[in-house]
Design a protein. Structure first.
Length: 97
């Protein structure tokens, strides 16, 4: 996870975003804050925001894990990501918080 965070912090991009988001779903059970941060960085850098529709359910799972984790920092990252997604037109994430 540390490598993924460093890559996304530096570039905001990965080669195959949907595969990364699928992996984040699995990791979010044990590292909800890191996964929420990865998702936030990944979605912020997407040029084609409509790509999110292809993995929206996975993104919801990652964000839900962070919100329900009991970790205030993870929840804050998830809420920030949800708000940024909403500002880009993805208002269907808003009902999560």
């Amino acid at each position: 996870m540390n490598i993924m965070l460093r890559i996304l912090r530096a570039t905001g991009r990965v080669e195959v975003p949907h595969l990364v988001v699928e992996q984040l779903v699995e990791l979010s059970k044990t590292m909800p804050g890191d996964c929420a941060e990865c998702l936030g960085l990944l979605t912020a850098a997407l040029e084609d925001v409509f790509e999110i529709y292809g993995w929206e359910a996975h993104a919801r799972t990652v964000l839900t894990e962070a919100i329900n984790s009991g970790d205030p920092a993870a929840k804050a990252i998830a809420v920030t990501t949800i708000n940024k997604l909403a500002s880009r037109g993805f208002t269907n994430f808003r009902g999560m918080v």
